[in-house]
Design a protein around this ligand. Structure first.
Ligand code: T46
Length: 143
């Protein structure tokens, strides 16, 4: 049972998982079918050995992403400027949409945690909103 998502510009994506008892799992993501955009970039984050690490702490102006925890677990914090949520990410085939203008943080990484992200565009630092006061201004202007 997934915790309902109340923040704007988010949602769950559940990928098909082919289980083979002896030989492990195979999980599939197809662009424009499972992932609701053309995928232009894929990145992963691993070796999160420092248990006090906090990543993210930003929003994006236009970029859309889907984030998965494909091994271990972490806590995803979401904030649309009005509602805030903390989601435990511990299912390898269940991702969360990080839509436009959604402040997000990743923390409380388990040992061996691996994050996988599909992104709708190439890396562009000018798309990041890394300052929370600026984020609130952007939300105020655009929502
Ligand atoms: C996001 C969350 C979920 C690049 O040069 N190219 C890239 O494609 C990415 C993703 C990052 N970088 C550089 C930018 C920084 O100098 O790598 C450095 C670390 O990136 P950042 O501090 O933004 O990492 P996270 O984990 O806080 O955020 C990342 C993504 O950057 C971000 O878009 O939404 O994962």
């Amino acid at each position: 049972m997934l915790d309902p998502l109340s923040v704007k510009n988010s949602g769950y994506i559940t990928l098909k998982k082919v289980r083979d008892e002896r030989d492990g799992n195979l999980v599939i993501a197809e662009a424009m079918k499972d992932i609701p955009f053309e995928i232009k970039r894929v990145y992963f984050i691993n070796q999160l050995e420092n248990s006090v690490s906090i990543r993210g702490q930003h929003a994006h102006h236009e970029l859309e992403q889907v984030i998965f925890c494909i091994s271990g677990s972490f806590v995803l914090g979401l904030d649309d400027g009005v509602n805030k949520q903390r989601i435990i990410m511990n299912k390898d085939n269940v991702g969360v949409i990080l839509g436009k203008k959604l402040w997000h943080t990743m923390e409380e990484f388990s040992s061996g945690c691996v994050l996988l992200v599909f992104a709708s565009d190439y890396y562009n630092e000018s798309d990041y909103i890394r300052d929370y006061a600026e984020f609130q201004k952007v939300i105020g202007k655009n929502s």
